[in-house]
Design a protein around this ligand. Sequence first.
Ligand code: NAP
Length: 541
Amino acid sequence: MTASATAATGAATDYDVIIVGAGMSGLYLIHRLRELGFTVRCYEAGDGVGGTWYWNRYPGCRFDSESWAYGYSWSQELLEEWNWSEHFAAQPETERYLNHVADKFDLRRDIQLSTRVAGARYDAATNTWTVETAHGEQATARYFVTAVGVLSAPYTPDIPGRDDFQGLALHTAEWPKEPIDFSARRIAVIGSGATAVQLITEVGKNVGHMTVFQRTPNYCLPLGNSPIGDEEMARIKQDYPEIFRKCRESFGAFPYNFDPRSAFDVSDEERRRIYEEMYAEPGFRIWLGNFFDILTDRRANDTMAEFVREKIRGRVDDPETARKLTPTDYPFGTKRVPLESGYFETFNRANVELVDLNEEPIERITANGVKTSSREYAVDTIVYATGFDAVTGALVRMDIRGEDGQALADKWADGPRTYLGLTTAGFPNMFIVVGPQNAASFCNVPRCIEQNVEWVTDCIAWLRDRGVARIAARPESEQAWVEHCEALINATLLPETDSWFMGANIPGKKRVFLNYAGGAMEYRQQCDDAAQAGYAGFALT
Ligand code: NAP
């Protein structure tokens, strides 16, 4: 029982705050809440910390944000002692980093591993949340905070015959800890998103035979990874204040921002020169540091789309394979752009084959492999790189019930509704870190995670300090936020394209933009304005 909860806000609870998830958000939440004097319990489904970086251990998994702009910024000591080995570090290094953070800040004592949260319900009479785990264990808290990540509910398509397959079948986000030797295997990869692009490139280096089943080609761009030596790391450490300032002042919370010019403010030759320069640069600058109208004007977008198409054709030897790998029917950058390190060249290998599912759709999975409308592909391994029920999936898979027993899954059946992307009306004292309609799911995530966590923890401390027992988003504030989010996205080209951004990758899911398209800076401002006005838009009791 906690004195702070009883004295200030009524009924006693086991903890002040219960958190779901011990990934990047959960770890920082624990640290910050403890510093503010709250008692915390964090439930984590995995048997280790790290969230995304715990589950996604498929070959080739690595950052597509710069390592040094990705790590936590809130501990000077941590910044000084941690050395990144590469500009875009691989998954094992990030998992090590997050374990180091958990140890350094003694976070493990408040984390219960191997414990999936089955549901949580709000009790209006006591103004408490009761959280139940899949093992049937229950605990109560004043506040319920989800920190379940954006891409944490893996999606495996329900292809007929899926369970008939006699070989090894894996989803990339449920990869085993033991490495798999693919050198003598015949493998099928289904999917061609950012995950598949990394996996195919890595596995392709040493595989018996690989067949890639592609439904939609992607505008993949070079990652430009390289090692970081001691001297460069020392310079990066000196530059941290400037790096994080740039991130704070940019649309995507990256250390670069959109070019304020239109693609047509420069001559054709100059535009070409700029595209070439950006193509040679590491990271996402070519997507989120490009001309501002690339994502809002179809003609501007076409100039970039055609540039990428040319690059693909120039890198793939077989013209027919190149044609299949070249996107033509949706605008550049309206799906998350996969960054690659030799992806297209992988298809120049004799033992790598591409199947275009638009020409020969999958009919079923058989005991021996994948059967399309043309033939059966015999394999011993099927890798489903088929993505996630993004942003809302991990939330609605839990049985979360607010006032009057309303289920979150029912409330969001026609698309998520939030206020500030952090709360939802009818679910008092619940906060959603990195949830829908939140800039975090559309930016260099840790920068936005820090903003989310600081806002939520500041709010909880403010409520305690003023003896406020209950905070609830007002339905009219939520309505205004939903409309604000819709207006922002409708000014861009993104709704034209089916992607997980739009919830369009999951059959039956409402097709609606799941993120916040106003940029991380504007989002931070909106959150800060509400807080400074005494949590405007909320009912405080
Ligand atoms: P994704 O982008 O949703 O891609 C899933 C792939 O599976 C798509 O190619 C999709 O085709 C295909 N697919 C789905 N259902 C299918 C079916 N029934 N038949 C055939 N193909 C099917 O998922 P992801 O690649 O896992 O990436 C998700 C996000 O994770 C990324 O956008 C990115 O934000 C993040 N990520 C980040 C990194 C990093 O470097 N940090 C690495 C990997 C992923 P369609 O396109 O036709 O739907």
